[in-house]
Design a protein around this ligand. Structure first.
Ligand code: YXS
Length: 271
């Protein structure tokens, strides 16, 4: 039985459901009104859930939305992005914090995907250790559509799971890519019909949970360290940050955010 994560009458209503059974912890995104946008509030609840899972000795975590959703998550909460002049994806940004939590959680995190995955949620899913999706699921990376200068570790998440041409097609077009196409490229682990995906993912989680948890969690941490072992010189890093500053200080960035809020198409002028 899924229970809302712990809330008291003083707190805002919970935006996720959590469940722990037999060493498997499940986080279900549950904010339909904003299409499960990864707001500060939702991210804080997810981080608390991961902490609870650690204390409960959870060996595998599953990240999902409610069965049958049309939108798994609409990505970063755009209303919480700076209007301009500040790095929208700095170290302490909620999306960045959540992705690091997934990466350091001491057990595999399996993403169970139904519906559309947008923007930063696409990176969140790719940062999970395995991804299983229904045939109807789609994945769209949207920084180019909003004028957002994606950050270094975020782009590395894409490069670590997708061949460069696929990562570039996703990032440059901003168009949703189908689960079938991403499975063919090895970007996701499998495509399973909606009526079977729950059982399929739980069966995989049970198999992992029966293995030696220390060996699994240490291999996960080793793979995280190896995946991030891309040497970038201090000069190159400074050049990257100066290029990103031009973008988030640009008219185009402010236009992208404003157009979203006004529910209209943006008009970009390359400045
Ligand atoms: O008008 P109300 O108040 O009912 O609110 C609407 C939307 O404004 C809201 N909503 C969001 N609010 C904040 N941040 C979001 N990302 C977001 N997405 C949606 O939810 C209410 C219902 O939305 P609506 O009417 O559009 O739903 P729909 O079913 O017609 O369409 C679902 C979507 C997902 C196709 C549509 O909402 C959509 O295109 N959302 C934006 C997807 C997107 O571009 N996400 C990227 C966010 S920025 C991000 O993740 C990174 C910074 S980056 O861009 O760099 O990747």
């Amino acid at each position: 039985m899924q229970i809302p994560s712990h809330t008291t009458e003083m707190q805002a209503p919970s935006l996720i459901l959590t469940e722990v059974s037999n060493g498997i912890g499940t986080i279900t995104l549950h904010h339909e009104a904003k299409r499960n946008a990864l707001s500060e509030h939702m991210v804080q609840e997810m981080i608390q859930a991961f902490d609870q899972f650690k204390q409960a000795g959870v060996r595998v975590a599953i990240l999902r939305a409610l069965p049958g959703v049309k939108v798994w998550s609409a990505g970063h909460d755009v209303t919480e992005l700076p209007a301009g002049g500040h790095d929208p994806l700095s170290w302490q940004d909620s999306l960045r914090t959540l992705i690091r939590e997934v990466e350091i959680f001491p057990g595999p995190v399996v993403a169970l995907i139904e519906g559309g995955v947008w923007g930063g949620a696409c990176e969140l899913v790719f940062a999970c250790d395995m991804v299983v999706a229904t045939p109807e699921a789609t994945f769209a990376a949207t920084p180019a559509k909003l004028g957002v200068p994606y950050n270094v570790t975020g782009l590395l998440t894409f490069l670590n799971v997708a061949p460069p041409h696929i990562a570039k097609e996703m990032l440059f077009t901003g168009r949703p890519m189908t689960a079938a196409r991403l499975e063919r490229q090895g970007v996701i682990n499998g495509v399973v019909p909606a009526e079977h995906i729950g059982a399929h993912v739980f069966e995989m989680a049970r198999t992992i949970a029966q293995n030696a948890p220390l060996a699994v969690s240490v291999m996960k941490e080793q793979l995280r360290i190896l995946a991030g072992a891309n040497a970038v010189s201090p000069g190159d890093f400074e050049r990257i940050q100066s290029l990103r500053r031009v973008v988030y200080n640009s008219h185009d960035y402010a236009e992208g955010i404003q157009a979203f809020k006004e529910k209209r198409l943006p008009h970009y002028h390359g400045e």
